[in-house]
Design a binder for this molecule. Structure first.
Ligand code: HEM
Length: 363
């Protein structure tokens, strides 16, 4: 690890130092004032930006709703959405991102949150406005105003949705969260709303990018693609390798609330640690032949979903979505080729994903 002037923070790229920082209780995801207008209150009540004891309480509720059993039960629905998305696709040219990698996680998370299909666009627009501020592009006053108005609209919409779910519970995860709240884990309405927005925000782009990166990695390694076609049981190992080899999460910024010594460095209160999660997948001290893409690699304990108390709550869902998207695509098309010489990437330092993946398909 070293200090980087350009980042105005510490850069950590090694597997063990990043794993240690992710799980270190002295490392904070919070900070900043917790009170203020609705927008500030929403952003600071997302579990991803809180520390214990608040984090423990917020996470307990979502954990109860996001049980492995519930996620397992979603698999047939995920497979059906993949089928629906691919049903209209014929031979010829088709964009993987627009046609499957983007809609699949959006539809799933919207259903998990019980959002009626007709309202999805509205909810997404409001939360995009709030997320833009969370992502740090909110210094523009007009954007901030819009985010305030959207936070108000979300709060109003969501209050009605929660009231409806209280009166008529269903088997969605959000309904589970509303129920769990009544069973005694005390969460305010704002905390519930903040974490529903967080699920929507974390629940799609990372997975979209992982599906895109995965298909690209398989197309660039024809022998591994053929191996997966021959032995479809390799799909879960293949998805872990995709995540390690070309992860959609590249960086996570965290900070420390007090002066600490970490890996023999003095970190001052308030300084940022940039954790290069993507780079850790290629650390030769952890992975043999790290640049080799091997869909049966074992063990493969990559850090794409983090480690410790903030370990990704959607990991099982993301894994199921990526696995079923790839299985659906390979099962339907015998010939899959890249239909562009050049892939355009999103220019976001913390994520890695293609804007489009044009494919030439044949049965
Ligand atoms: C390939 C897809 C995904 C990747 C690579 C990913 C990665 C991560 C990582 C690295 C963290 C930990 C951050 C930290 O330690 O500060 C995290 C947390 C989180 N993720 Fe994911 N994620 C993915 C998909 C999802 C999905 C589908 C959902 C929701 C359904 C989700 C919801 C969350 C939430 C709510 C947290 C915060 C957990 C906490 O703070 O306790 N993620 N994710």
């Amino acid at each position: 690890m070293r200090w980087e002037d350009e980042l105005q923070g510490w850069l950590l790229t090694g597997y063990w130092e990043v794993a240690a920082a992710l799980a270190d209780p002295r490392v904070s995801r919070g900070g900043g004032p917790r009170d203020g207008d609705l927008l500030t209150r929403l952003l600071t009540r997302m579990m991803l930006f809180t520390d214990p004891p608040d984090h423990t309480r917020l996470r307990a509720l979502a954990n109860r709703a996001f049980t492995p059993r519930r996620v397992e039960a979603l698999r047939p629905r995920i497979a059906a959405v993949v089928d629906e998305q691919l049903a209209e696709v014929d031979e010829g040219e088709w964009d993987l991102i627009e046609g499957l990698a983007y809609p699949l996680p959006v539809i799933m998370i919207a259903e998990i949150l019980s959002l009626p299909p007709a309202d999805r666009g509205l909810f997404k627009r409001w939360s995009d406005d709030v997320i833009a501020v969370a992502a740090g592009v909110g210094d523009d006053p007009e954007r901030r105003d819009r985010a305030h108005r959207s936070a108000d609209a979300l709060a109003e919409y969501f209050a009605a949705l929660v009231a409806e779910l209280r009166a008529h519970p269903n088997d969605t995860l959000l309904s589970g969260m509303v129920d769990a709240e009544e069973e005694g884990i005390r969460l305010t309405g704002e905390e519930l709303l903040a974490n529903a927005i967080l699920l929507l925000m974390n629940g799609h782009e990372t997975t979209t990018f992982a599906i895109g990166n995965g298909v690209l990695a398989l197309l660039q390694h024809g022998a591994e693609l053929a191996r997966l076609r021959d032995d479809p049981m390799l799909i879960s190992a293949a998805v872990e390798e995709i995540l390690r080899y070309d992860g959609s999460v590249q960086m996570r910024g965290v900070s420390v609330g007090e002066d600490i010594e970490f890996e023999a460095n003095q970190i001052r209160a308030g300084q940022t640690l940039w954790l290069a999660i993507g780079a850790t997948g290629r650390d030769p001290r952890q992975f043999a032949n790290p640049s080799c893409f091997d869909i049966a690699r074992s063990p493969n304990r990559h850090l794409q979903f983090g480690v410790g108390p903030h370990f990704c709550i959607g990991a099982a869902l993301a894994r199921a979505e990526i696995q079923l998207a790839l299985t659906g695509l390979l099962g339907r098309f015998r010939r899959i080729e890249l239909a562009a010489d050049d892939i355009k990437w999103h220019q976001i330092a913390v994520f890695r994903g293609p804007k489009a993946v044009p494919l030439a398909l044949g049965r």
